[in-house]
Design a protein around this ligand. Structure first.
Ligand code: ADE
Length: 264
């Protein structure tokens, strides 16, 4: 996977590529992050990339020409790839969007800044506009880093442990995608514990020490449903739940109304 990142802050990414997953994926040749300084595509002595908004208003707007020139330069070798503009006006990023991008061999990421980006970039240059959440950042750099991390985790072999991205909260098994199958089982994760079995007087739930795999599986499923119900109840509307899940959920709701002892 090649990520071409167009930004006025190329140095922003030095920390991101120097640690953890992205560092490993780059070292292994699974990912290449190419940083392109937008100012290199300005056409004046001051390397200007922004201007005042037509119609008035505060702040500055990214001019279209440097961004078009930057992407044209990336396409010089005839390559064709999605061009993603990171902006709060974009379609919401999610695990399934990450999967969609992970199928591509190359992505260009345009990091917006200031008060906005000339709309002709979204309309005629970008193939996709992506937001990482309903909040406003001062630029697209953090959003691009989030996207690259989430996509890289899905590249076969990049995690080291193939199983773990499939088990993540929000992960959709590849086999259940497309083909008219129901919405992805987007549920939150169950809690994890490690040693010591007792810390500060707080004990690890006994069932996890029992070695009884079926009981552990049931306990984890219950915690998945309970956590999702408490924190993100809307996810339960689209998650394909089986009859056992539904029964468990009813029990969880009932137990929440009763002043009983907490779950072990
Ligand atoms: N730039 C500013 N805010 C953003 C957001 N929420 N997502 C993507 N890019 C952004």
């Amino acid at each position: 996977m090649i990520f071409d990142v167009v930004t006025i802050f190329p140095d922003f990414f030095s920390g991101i590529v120097a640690h953890g997953l992205l560092k490993r994926a780059c070292a292994a040749g699974q990912v290449e992050i190419r940083l392109h300084d937008l100012r290199d595509y300005a056409d004046d002595r001051h390397r200007t990339v922004d201007d005042r908004p037509f119609g008035g208003g505060p702040g500055m707007v990214f001019k279209p020409e440097p961004l078009f020139r930057a992407v044209e330069a990336l396409r010089r070798d005839g390559a064709s790839f999605p061009v993603i503009l990171l902006s709060p006006q974009g379609r919401l990023f999610s695990q399934s969007v990450a999967r969609e991008f992970a199928r591509q061999p190359r992505l260009a990421l345009i990091c917006g800044r200031y008060e906005g980006v000339d709309e002709r970039v979204a309309e005629h240059l970008a193939t996709d506009e992506i937001s990482i959440g309903d909040y406003v950042l001062s630029g697209g750099e953090l959003a691009a880093a989030v996207l690259m991390e989430a996509v890289t985790r899905l590249i076969p072999g990049a995690l080291g442990n193939e199983a773990s991205s499939e088990q993540d909260s929000f992960a959709v098994p590849e086999s259940s995608e497309g083909g008219g199958l129901p919405a992805p089982p987007e549920l939150l994760d169950f809690p994890q514990y490690t040693r010591p079995a007792e810390f500060g007087g707080w004990k690890v739930p006994e069932v996890l020490l029992s070695g009884n795999h079926e009981e552990i599986r049931q306990w984890r499923r219950r915690r998945v449903l309970e956590k999702t119900w408490r924190q993100r109840p809307e996810l339960l509307q689209t998650a394909p739940l089986g009859p056992q899940d539904r029964a468990m959920l009813e029990e969880i709701k009932r137990a929440a109304l009763e002043p009983t002892a907490p779950m072990k």
